[in-house]
Structures are given as C-alpha cells and as structure tokens.
Design a protein around this ligand. Structure first.
Ligand SMILES: [Ca+2]
Ligand SMILES: [Ca+2]
Ligand SMILES: [Ca+2]
Length: 201
C-alpha cells in the first residue's frame, strides 16, 4: 500500500528476474513457483524437474529452506470456518472501519498460501519477495501486501484496530521516504487473518 499519493487503483506487478543473491539465479517474478521454468537458469520458490542452476527457497514439501528468511503461511480454503473481510471496504478506507466475519470466501478471493522471502542483492539492497494464491483464478480479484509501520489488529468482535497516525491511511509503508530521512528502523510484521497471529520477521 503506497500512500504518496493515495490512488485507488491497482495494477499487476511487473514481471522479470529480481537480481537477488538467494536463491541462485535471482528470483523469477512471473506467476509460477518453479525454478528454471519457463525461463532457464532463474531461481524461484521451488525446484522444478527442469535441471539448471536456478535455486529455490522452499523444499519439495513447501517448507522454508532457511526459516529465518523465508516464510510460508497457510490459510483455510473452501471451508466455512474461514474468515473474510465484510462490508465492502477498500484498502483506501480507514482500517478502523474495516470488519471481518466467519464464512467461506468467494473462490476467487480465497487464499490458501502466502509466501514471503527476504533477501539482498549484490549492492546490499534488501528485497522482499511476496506471493499468494487463490482457490479459483476465474474472475478478477485484488490482493495487496501492506508494509505497515504501526500495529493493525483483528479484534474478536469483528472489527479492526489500527494504531496508524495518518487518518484514513493507517500506517505508512516501510519504504515511505520520510522513514529513511529520519533513519528510523522499520519493523516488519505479517498479520495472518486466520489466527490473529502477528509475527515480527
Ligand atoms: Ca516465480
Ligand atoms: Ca518460474
Ligand atoms: Ca482462505
């Protein structure tokens, strides 16, 4: 979620190979999980049957090879005990007005797996690679990964609480320029809807 300026419009991320050191061959950003496929020599989340120098960050069971830099979150899918957003709010709305409920999401918005990999390139720049799936790829849907500077909690009564100071926008992104000017440290949390777990990475 970028806040400068706020634009209520989303577009697919660009594709290509991120020039990171782990996995070997860089990280292929193209919508599949497999290294050395379809592009030769490029790394990805998992190894494929295609041989090549491209490396992986998950093993064949989907478990992180390095649990300190790679994270695999699992959520219920096609299940009435799953949790969904309610009320039709958008990511541009104040999270304090968001709500959630129990129930089976629409198939095109039903996430089962979310992946995060933190790595660096040869210049020492940090990269965060993220991915998620959905139960059905039929129809348009929207997903975002938010880099928040303040807490965002899912409350037991169906509401959310944001500690962000920026009115409708809950929290600035970790890449917000002011953060770097002030040399503040950025904490990175993953908030899993399924179990209200908030994890510092
Ligand atoms: Ca990929
Ligand atoms: Ca691939
Ligand atoms: Ca789900």
């Amino acid at each position: 979620m970028l806040l400068l300026p706020i634009v209520a419009q989303a577009s697919p991320p660009p594709s290509g190979v991120a020039p990171v050191l782990q996995p070997a061959g860089g990280f292929s950003i193209e919508g599949d999980l497999l290294a050395n496929f379809p592009a030769a020599n490029a790394g990805d989340w998992m190894l494929s049957t295609n041989s090549g120098p491209g490396g992986a960050v998950l093993d064949s069971n989907g478990l992180p090879i390095n649990a300190s830099t790679t994270f695999h979150f699992k959520d219920l899918y096609d299940n009435n005990d799953d949790l969904t957003f309610a009320g039709g709010k958008k990511w541009t709305d104040d999270p304090n007005t968001w709500s959630w409920t129990a129930g089976k999401p629409s198939t095109k918005t039903d996430i089962n797996n979310a992946l995060v990999h933190i790595t660096t390139d040869a210049d020492g720049h940090s990269w965060v690679i993220v991915a998620a799936d959905r139960f059905s790829t039929s129809g348009d849907s929207y997903i975002d990964f938010e880099f928040l500077q303040n807490t965002l909690l899912r409350n037991t009564n169906g509401s959310f609480s944001s500690a962000g100071p920026m009115e409708a926008a809950p929290v600035g992104p970790a890449l917000e320029p002011g953060v770097h000017r002030r040399r503040q440290s950025c904490r990175f949390f993953c908030l899993a809807m399924a179990n209200q777990r908030q994890r510092r990475l």
